[in-house]
Design a protein around this ligand. Structure first.
Ligand SMILES: NC(=O)C1=CN([C@@H]2O[C@H](COP(=O)(O)OP(=O)(O)OC[C@H]3O[C@@H](n4cnc5c(N)ncnc54)[C@H](OP(=O)(O)O)[C@@H]3O)[C@@H](O)[C@H]2O)C=CC1
Length: 738
């Protein structure tokens, strides 16, 4: 029993009030925290993944977890899956109660260092209590896990007794305990931590590897993918590449060598079942994600060969890269296992029917419903692979009517798990969701992502050109006409809609835009809409209602109007971050097809930057927020709030231009010019003209806003809502212009 004090209701209110502070400063706090703690306690380097420290992933993940914790401080049940995932990983690293003391000390000190006087004694006290509330919960759960480990409570020496190449990239290591004692059972799907000394770092590092065979008393098998492009004899990737340990195992660990291994842990595993069960199972994986599912298929075929339907679906980049192909194919001949292989890049030697069945990435729509056992409402689905793969497959299963609680995914990273609210619930089948305008870049993306999660019959799509929406109309969506510029068309446009997504009027002037938004909000109130989402913009330093950017003026006014109308219609204003795709606007219309050497803008390029974000990820997260509200309006956490969705990293304009230059293979530079010079640039033309009025000078205030840091805020909300790390700017740009 803990002796730490329970949180008071005042402290809970203080924690909730600091959520926006975490949105803004969380990343800086956790970066300072790791730096200070590891400087003072270098022995902890063995516990933390060094490349993830260096690439900023770990501070971001912790900032996301803190943000989720603060947001759910009065509803900790929502975090129980995340806590279970973290505690399992902690147990596999043998985290002890004393570690929590060190982490608590440095975390609170980092808050003080970053927030300065803003961290009042009252806030500090509330956070100290909140920290120990969570720490006690986790220490308690980890104690239980250690108690269930049959006395195996520290790293144990294992010898490599066999090393087998399974494919071009994947090699299995058979690990037997040096002490020769029998190994405990595990649940198929669980992992072990493997610790290896890294000469380049002069300390050990641990990584988690799924067990790839069924439980055996004398060995564990892991199957490890070798990353291309890194050489384990080169010390540099030891600090930068998360795949370094895997390559070290491939290159330098052989039969007879010793490694340290943890007891098996993990919360992704085959539902423990009675031997007589006949519930069908579909195992869907990509790449090396097949390892835990191979453990499952081996276990299942050894238990109930003739009664249980099993389908093993795997996607590989090349057929030669597919591990266990012969093994799975053989199982499919002698037991009720179906095997379906997808290969994205065929080679001449690939034979259809043996090396592959379908070309391309895994696409469940290429399979018959009966082969996915959709008719059986008990069928369980297990997915493992890259995050985007898992969430895409999950959406595809949901669109086919599979209930969320029958879909299980292997999610390794913590902050991504806090999205349970956004992905795991079954959509309420009667709520009508409206989108206006439902065309355009953002509107189309929102509608596409909504249609993956709810039946088209729940969607009401409103646009000034409804003829562009026939596809979804054909699938059962209601389509209506309305035009911001013809107010009377708004009168009945939102009738029957429960939740409305209002995409802002596309313009950068203020007056007409605000008037149009007000008319639409009033019309929504009249039509009885129960909640309105509004697409605002990512200027304004996080959630502030001040901005020097002219383009933000209409959004701030609209947010004020929404706040003043909240008694009539609850709202959520989503500050959609600056689109990665919109770089031309901030580079004086740089054209990658006709590239100039020098970009002339009223900005030097250095100083605070922009947390760029891919437009389609904004559409996806916006759709997830709408679905979260539809599923559980009473607990929707952004009711009457503003939320910022910005990208994963702040990138200065100079670096932005550098990335664009590298992508097109041409060095680019910035030359700062005055606003007077900017408005006269020939390429500006009428790009900033609205209804014959030239707003170029007003537009140029955006650069001052960038200089002031208004667009530099990295908010963890996007990753949390997407359930994965948002796409890196470099990748979006490469896809766009590479
Ligand atoms: N976050 C960011 O970086 C950026 C945000 N934005 C803003 O975000 C919002 C959405 O952007 P996005 O979807 O990318 O913009 P798009 O230009 O792709 O789409 C504009 C949409 O507005 C519709 N529209 C235009 N005029 C009217 C009208 N009078 N009545 C009804 N609908 C109208 C268009 O309909 P139709 O299909 O009929 O033409 C289209 O659906 C806009 O307000 C835009 O200004 C813009 C750029 C960057």
């Amino acid at each position: 029993m803990s002796s730490n004090p329970a949180m008071t209701s005042d402290q809970i209110a203080v924690i909730k009030a600091t959520v926006p502070v975490l949105a803004q400063h969380g990343n800086t706090i956790t970066t300072v925290f790791y730096r200070n703690m590891l400087e003072a306690h270098p022995e902890l380097n063995t516990i933390f993944n060094t490349p993830n420290q260096v690439n900023g992933h770990q501070p971001r993940a912790l900032a996301g977890a803190l943000y989720a914790y603060a947001s759910h401080i009065d509803d900790l049940g929502a975090l129980s899956s995340a806590v279970e995932l973290i505690c399992n990983k902690h147990a596999s690293l043998y985290i002890q109660p004393d570690h929590y003391k060190i982490v608590g000390k440095y975390l609170l000190e980092a808050m003080g260092e970053v927030l300065g006087a803003a961290l009042t004694p009252e806030i500090l006290d509330a956070w100290a209590t909140a920290y120990w509330q969570l720490a006690d919960l986790m220490i308690g759960r980890e104690k239980q896990l250690y108690e269930q480990s049959e006395g195996w409570t520290d790293w144990r020496d294992f010898k490599i007794v066999n090393k087998v190449k399974e494919s071009e990239e994947i090699t299995s290591f058979y690990l037997a305990p040096v002490d020769g004692k029998p190994l405990p059972n595990f649940q198929p799907g669980q992992y072990i931590s493997v610790q290896a000394h890294v000469p380049a770092l002069e300390y050990a590092q641990a990584r988690q590897y799924s067990l790839s065979d069924q439980p055996k008393p004398d060995y564990y098998r892991i199957s490890v993918k070798k990353e291309t492009g890194i050489n384990s004899s080169d010390p540099a990737p030891a600090v930068t590449h998360p795949g370094y340990i895997s390559n070290l195992l491939h290159d330098t660990y052989n039969i007879g060598d010793t490694l340290q291994v943890s007891h098996p842990y993990g919360d992704f595993y085959l539902s423990p079942s009675k031997s007589e069960t006949t519930t069908p199972v579909v195992l869907i994986s990509a790449g090396v994600g097949l390892t835990p599912l191979t453990s499952m298929v081996n276990t299942l075929t050894s238990q109930a060969p003739e009664s249980r339907k099993l389908h093993f679906i795997h996607g590989a980049r090349t057929s030669a890269g597919r591990a266990f192909k012969d093994h799975i194919s053989k199982l499919s001949l002698s037991s009720p296992v179906q095997a379906t292989f997808f290969t994205s890049h065929l080679t001449e030697s690939d034979k259809e029917g043996t090396d592959y069945h379908h070309v391309g990435r895994v696409d469940l729509n290429k399979l018959d419903d009966k082969d996915l056992y959709l008719e059986d409402t008990q069928t369980e689905y297990y997915i493992c692979g890259p995050e985007k793969f898992m969430t895409d497959i999950e959406s595809s299963l949901k669109a086919k009517g599979v209930a969320a609680d029958r879909i299980k995914m292997e999610l390794f990273v913590v902050h991504r798990y806090t999205n349970i609210r956004y992905h795991r619930l079954k959509s309420n089948m009667t709520t009508k969701i409206g989108v206006f305008p439902a065309s355009g870049g953002l509107g189309t993306s929102i509608v596409n992502h909504l249609s993956k999660q709810v039946p088209a019959s729940q969607l009401v799509l409103v646009a000034r050109k409804p003829e562009n929406l026939v596809k979804l109309q054909g699938e059962g969506a209601t389509v209506r006409h309305a035009d911001y510029d013809q107010p009377s068309t708004l009168d009945t446009a939102f009738d029957g809609i429960d939740v409305l997504m209002l995409v802002s009027y596309a313009s950068f002037e203020i007056e007409h835009r605000v008037k149009s938004h007000r008319l639409a909000i009033d019309a929504a109130i009249k039509s009885g809409v129960k909640h309105i989402f509004y697409s605002s913009l990512g200027f304004g330093t996080g959630l502030s209602d001040k901005s020097v950017a002219h383009v933000m003026g209409a959004h701030i006014e609209t947010e004020k109007y929404l706040a003043s109308s909240q008694d009539k219609i609850p709202y959520t204003s989503i500050r959609e971050g600056l689109y990665s795709e919109s770089f031309p606007i901030y580079t004086a219309w740089f054209d990658p097809q006709n590239p100039v050497d020098e970009i002339t803008i009223p900005h030097t390029g250095s100083g605070p930057g922009i947390a760029w974000v891919k437009r389609d990820e904004l559409g996806e997260a916006t759709a997830n927020l709408i679905v979260a509200h539809v599923n559980d309006p009473a607990n929707f956490k952004y009711r009457n709030q503003v939320v910022l969705l910005s990208g994963p990293r702040e990138i200065s304009l100079a670096e932005t231009i550098d990335i664009i230059g590298r992508t097109i293979g041409k060095p680019l530079s910035i030359r700062e010019i005055s606003v007077d010079e900017y408005v006269r640039l020939p390429q500006i033309g009428d790009k900033h003209t609205y209804k014959d009025v030239d707003l170029s000078r007003e537009w140029a205030t955006a650069w001052q806003a960038i200089k002031n840091g208004e667009t530099a805020v990295v908010s963890p909300a996007l990753g949390e809502i997407l359930g994965r790390e948002p796409e890196a700017y470099e990748k979006t740009i490469k896809e766009l212009i590479g």
